[in-house]
Design a protein around this ligand. Sequence first.
Ligand SMILES: [Zn+2]
Length: 508
Amino acid sequence: MPQNPFFITTAIAYVNGQPHLGHAYEEIATDVIARHMRQRGRDVFFLTGTDEHGEPVADAAHAQGIEPQQLADANAARFQALLPQLNVSNDFFIRTTDEQHALRVQQVLQRVYDNGHVYKGTYEGWYCPRCADFKVENEILEGNRCPIHEIHLTREQEENWFFRLSTFQEALETLFETHPDFVLPSRALNEAQAFIGQGLQDVSLSRAKLTWGVKVPWDPGHVFYVWFDALLNYYTALGYARPGEDLTDRYWPAQLHVIGKDILKFHTIFWPAMLMAADLPVPGHVFVHGFLLAADGRKMSKSLGNVLDPFEALELYGVDALRFYLMREVVFGQDGGVGMDGLGNRYTSELANEYGNLASRTLAMIHRYRDGFVPTVATDPVLVAEFDGLHDRVAAAFDVFDPSTALGEIWEKVRRLNRYVEERAPWQLAKDPSAAAELDQVLGSLHEGLRVVSILLAPYIPESVAKLLEALGTPDSSFTNAGFSATGPLAGGATVSQLPPLFPRLLS
Ligand SMILES: [Zn+2]
């Protein structure tokens, strides 16, 4: 059995809408982490999918005169189609309407019931149909409005099954104290702790009024409240993602759930409590990313004309540019402003003028001055010293799920290599036959530096890096090769090939 499992998930997208930039962002960020861990030889399983049950889907379907399953099928297909466009390397796409998912949800929640964590009661409260959630008094906005959707809440009462969340108060406090990195970043942990600090109330586990959901096995007149059904996707998927194989023992508990801050309560409180109630181990970490805002700091809206449309961005700049821009512009874990202008600027100033240009001129000079052969001489000790520890720092940043810091470190070295070209001016050295050895060292060092930054950039811009490493004559992008070699370029003696510009200048 492979060692070192790394099970990573996105939240699953609610099918009552269309894929938008927020989805793309979460998929890309999760994919960057998954790809990095694969480079390091971790046994990665990357899960994403769609959340398809609940009142909002049923209501939207009925408003269109179709069945909920039809609506779910149509919208799930749109979310699924987005992933290859973003170059997302997920291992499975779960849909909560999968039959095997429903069966496993019933098994787990039956265990929760058998363990005595469920009782029948009457619930009355303020309910947001868009969240599919009752709101507790202190989170409700003035005028009984949803804190997330700002729409009016409705007063609802129904008999349903309750989960004894209140009895997990102490267990959750202990979890947060003994594993302070269970919720990341720390601001999100503070929020989770503040929530349990108010005292936990029991929560509805089932809905009696609804039929669009997973049936409660001990009371088939009820369906499970959509949140419990949805959260369980992370666990159920392992049971059937690979036909004929149960991956649960290999991958559970998950290492990392990547989620948005609007669903923090469910993932940091309900989810670990439910797992404990089912005698299942809790995941390693929940990382809560921020929201993407318009460049002016306001909410994106079509009427304000400040929307970054991922499909338009992909068409204009390509997948690597969009991936790079979102990871470069927004600190992972914080809110950040993004826009088409910013994307265009970074595309030109960083991807084309810095990385792309470094790649073109390195390849061109090795061609022109050394017939395409990578010199085999020792690399420049100045660069050896400056690159020392880079790959360890990048790995350390990823170990705390900080792709922003890692990218900053790598990019400093991209800039350093461009300065190195200017400082050493290989075109001058080439005119002087007595400087041949020096020119060998400069070209070999540039090749080596470019190879190293490219391996480290592979999770962010996989398509471009694959092409470039191939052209550099050193296609292996595994992390064990990410150190800067002092004895000579790793690909010394290999031949480089020419490459059209990775990030061609665009006509505006
Ligand atoms: Zn709401």
